[in-house]
Ligand binder design. Structure first.
Ligand code: ADP
Length: 159
């Protein structure tokens, strides 16, 4: 069984993330979308909110499940027998950071491999930061996130 983890903040999940989930679900037996709770990031959604948003969107994939973790990725990977990490690469600016993390994880957990999927052209500009930025000004975000996510994001800026 080839079990892979797709870790990230997903704050919120975008069409870019969903594209990576769809493509990687065809490559591995099981994908765990792992919402990492990064204490250094000020997040818009709680980890539980993010998990429930993602669950609603991946229901139709039989081999995709969603979980959350608030410690090191390698610990989760070891415990869950999931020695493959999937990351998306959008631009060269992602590369240096991703390379460093992948190499560090490999040193810390020798069997761990990181697989990079290049972004689909249609989503190469898209990030959760872009979504939050536009939503904070009350702008349309329908090109960035699925319909079910729009009211949830908008509600965060209405208070
Ligand atoms: P992190 O804070 O770990 O970077 P993100 O939620 O921003 O978490 O991203 C999770 C993963 O999804 C990363 O590998 C990132 O490169 C990838 N990703 C984000 N947006 C896109 C996109 N538009 N196309 C492809 N991959 C993406």
């Amino acid at each position: 069984m080839r079990r892979a983890i797709y870790p990230g903040s997903f704050d919120p999940i975008t069409f870019g993330h969903l594209d990576i989930i769809k493509r990687s679900s065809k490559m591995f037996d099981e994908i765990i979308v792992l919402v990492l709770n990064n204490s250094q990031k000020n997040s818009l959604f709680s980890p539980d909110e993010r998990v429930s948003m993602i669950k609603g969107l991946v229901e139709s994939y039989e081999n995709v499940r969603v979980d959350t973790h608030d410690a090191l990725l390698i610990d989760y990977a070891k415990k869950n027998d999931a020695p493959i990490v999937i990351r998306g690469l959008r631009a060269i600016t992602d590369f240096e950071y991703e390379l460093q993390i992948a190499q560090t994880n490999h040193v810390q957990y020798e069997g761990l491999e990181t697989v990079f999927l290049t972004t689909s052209l249609a989503y190469s500009y898209l990030s959760s930061t872009v979504v939050r930025e536009f939503a904070s000004y009350g702008s349309d975000i329908s090109h960035f996130v699925p319909k079910s996510i729009i009211p949830l994001v908008e509600a965060k800026y209405k208070a």
